[in-house]
Design a protein around this ligand. Structure first.
Ligand code: ADE
Length: 231
């Protein structure tokens, strides 16, 4: 897989992808990740890439010319063009899995108030948001997306099972609590069932705990179909 990230802050996007599991996946050739400076496609003598909003309004918008030039330079027939934006569809594990099957991701990072809408209409396959909050910089969101996708590439995680059993592999349930040694720590004991060696009881305990945790932390995941909405 190849991932190109076009941003005003390539070092911000690449820093979280330059250590640990993701760095190993890059070093072993599972994925090639390249950060590109959007200003390199500016034709402005001051390398400007932003301008004020037509029709008025606060803030600045990324201009279309550098983004069009970047996509035209980097896009190939197998490319999926993604724009990181809080206006996008939410990043979920299922979408990360789907993207992990792509040959080439070209990720455009928004900045300021966003990008000229002609970019979205003409160039972008998917607008993706990493959550219902606004970051200063889409490069941070791009790093999150890349991490979620790259760890799913076959061979990226040492133990293939670890990505199968985790939360969101079953999209409606969080993972059960987990414990390690010591069995007793500061008066707190590991639940007895987990040291019973009884696999059936352990599985039943994990199911019940997963449900309780989901109910406490993410009741929305159990609310299916989502209340008030048609499916
Ligand atoms: N840029 C700013 N905030 C963002 C978000 N929540 N998701 C994706 N890109 C963003």
């Amino acid at each position: 897989m190849k991932i190109d990230i076009v941003t005003l802050f390539p070092e911000v996007a690449l820093a979280p992808l330059s250590d640990s599991i993701i760095q190993r996946a890059r070093a072993s050739g599972l994925v090639e990740v390249v950060g590109h400076q959007l200003r390199d496609w500016s034709e402005d003598k001051h390398r400007r890439v932003d301008d004020s909003l037509c029709g008025g309004g606060q803030g600045m918008l990324l201009k279309p010319e550098p983004l069009f030039a970047a996509v035209e330079a980097l896009k190939t027939p197998g490319t999926r063009v993604i724009l990181m934006t809080p206006q996008g569809k939410p990043l979920k594990q299922a979408l990360a899995k789907e993207l992990a099957g792509s040959e080439h991701l070209l990720i455009l990072c928004g900045h300021y108030e966003g990008v000229d809408h002609r970019v979205i209409e003409t160039l972008v396959d998917d607008e993706i948001s990493i959550g219902d909050y606004v970051l200063t910089n889409g490069a941070i969101a791009a790093a999150v997306l890349c991490d979620a996708v790259i760890r799913l590439l076959p061979g990226a995680l040492g133990d293939e099972r670890s990505s199968l059993e985790e939360s969101f592999s079953n999209p409606n349930l969080l993972e059960a609590p987990a414990y390690t040694r010591p069995i007793e720590f500061r008066g707190m004991a590991v639940p007895e069932v987990l040291i019973s060696g009884h696999h059936g009881k352990i599985a039943a305990w994990k199911d019940a705990q997963a449900l309780a945790r989901t109910r406490a932390n993410r009741p929305d995941l159990l609310d299916f179909p989502p209340s008030g909405k048609e499916i």
